[in-house]
Design a protein around this ligand. Sequence first.
Ligand SMILES: [Zn+2]
Ligand SMILES: [Zn+2]
Length: 338
Amino acid sequence: MKAAVLPDYHQSLEIRDVPVPEIGPTEVLIKVYACGICGSDVHLVNEDFKDISTVPVIPGHEVAGVVEQVGEQVNYLTCGDRVGIPWTQHTCGHCRYCVRGESTLCPEQQATGVNLNGGFAEYAKAPARDVTVIPNEIPFEEAAPLFCAGVTVYTPFNYVNYKPGQTVAVLGVGGLGHLALQFAHAMGARTIAVSRGDDKLQMAKEKLGADEAIDSSTEEWVEKLQQLGGADVILSTANSSKLMGQALHALAPEGTLVLLAVDSKEIVFPSPMDFILRRRRVMGNPTGSIKDMRETLEVAAKHGVRPMIETYPLDKAQEALERVRDGKPRFRAVLTMN
Ligand SMILES: [Zn+2]
Ligand SMILES: [Zn+2]
């Protein structure tokens, strides 16, 4: 089969002919139709995941395709089922996190396209229990980004005591943010987009379900958000520690700031009082569990949440990865194959 292989860190992807993966009794082989490219793939190349990654590897953890072959012990998926593989695979199923349905925190987990071969290929395999069925309403190329970007921004709604009608602000309108706005709108939130640039803010209001849009480069955005009552939840998808630090002050009492994107600089929170007097919280969130993944797809199917994508053939994987590295796609890049 054809695959885009990362031969070593800091190298370009190489299109190679490699063997089709052989599956074990509890695994499925998937004929891949689409695989999203994520900012994490850039981090992988840059050796930022060196504690958990191996090379050479076939990257890609937003995999969407069709079951081609099932292991002998798999009795709940059949050939032809539309499924996807997320970041998290090979969870143990019995640790304190797995038994609570929080498999994304399992210490035994392995990562698709990071230390296990992923979806920049014509075929990929995964344990059957780690894949999720894709609703028929969602085409493969739009489903793929939901397996990382989508589940990453949806999952916080399960952890922040969110109630419909609350105010959710999304910091940054990009690959994660444009999905976060749509999910917030779908979940019945009063949704506020905070970003730089008129075009993105206009798009947020016209196409992504934002009720309000605030320009973080020209307006006193924290004050403006406080004038709107403050945010019960802030989903921070901007790669700016400065904005993350400011965001604390834009929270309503009992509000939660959720960190979803990274910056190498430290975040500065001036005073513990800013947390204490208003009972505010700050938390992070990595992707989501198999339960969160299923909900993400169900909400997306029911409410029409769809990533805006640009597609590239597998042969153009390196070019597409460079566009992601340079922050150019509006808003997610997806490889298509087969
Ligand atoms: Zn990702
Ligand atoms: Zn576990």
